[in-house]
Design a protein around this ligand. Structure first.
Ligand code: HEM
Ligand code: HEM
Length: 135
């Protein structure tokens, strides 16, 4: 599966969960887990969708297995981070290490995405025809 297709599908699933979570907080008048809801939406919907747009705009990277790996890692770490942060806010401090590790994985995965972006832009520059010499 193309990395962008994976991004768009996962982003939609995550935002459906995030919206249900938000509505549940509203109905119950218990907003204690809102940071987890916020980050599920921001990492799982906004960021994933943005990755998807970037990959879709760069078909050579979109087919790259490293790009799919980057997306899978992001999905897994976002799920762990969201559940971990929710548990911490529900009074379970034992979930803190899981949330902390997931956040470091997210950082490393963003650096991997950054590397794919910089590598791509460098290649593109190298393949641009040089300006015709002025005569
Ligand atoms: C129908 C959908 C949604 C509902 C019902 C909902 C509901 C809520 C509720 C009840 C809170 C807690 C507010 C507070 O106590 O301060 C909250 C916080 C938040 N939500 Fe949502 N949400 C929804 C969708 C989204 C989406 C799609 C995003 C991001 C793209 C998002 C991002 C946030 C953020 C960043 C916060 C934290 C805001 C703050 O710092 O006060 N939410 N949401
Ligand atoms: C691994 C990545 C991230 C970590 C560890 C992280 C951590 C945090 C922490 C500790 C807070 C304070 C929460 C509180 O006071 O209860 C926070 C708030 C916030 N972060 Fe992040 N963040 C991350 C990524 C992002 C990203 C990618 C966005 C936006 C696209 C974002 C947007 C926000 C917003 C809007 C708030 C205020 C709402 C809230 O308190 O939940 N964060 N973040």
């Amino acid at each position: 599966m193309k990395a962008s297709v994976l991004c768009f599908r996962a982003a939609v699933l995550m935002v459906v969960c995030g919206i249900i979570w938000g509505i549940a907080m509203g109905i119950s008048h218990d907003h204690s887990t809102f940071p987890a809801h916020a980050h599920l939406n921001l990492l799982g919907w906004v960021s994933l969708f943005l990755f998807g747009i970037y990959y879709h705009l760069h078909p050579a990277i979109d087919d790259n297995r490293l790009a799919s790996l980057q997306v899978w890692i992001w999905i897994a770490a976002t799920v762990v981070l969201s559940i971990g942060v929710a548990l911490v806010h529900l009074g379970r401090p034992s979930a803190e290490p899981a949330a902390a590790i997931a956040s470091l994985v997210i950082l490393a995965d963003m650096l991997l995405f950054g590397w794919l972006v910089f590598r791509r832009e460098k290649k593109q520059l190298a393949h641009q025809p040089s300006a015709a010499p002025a005569d």
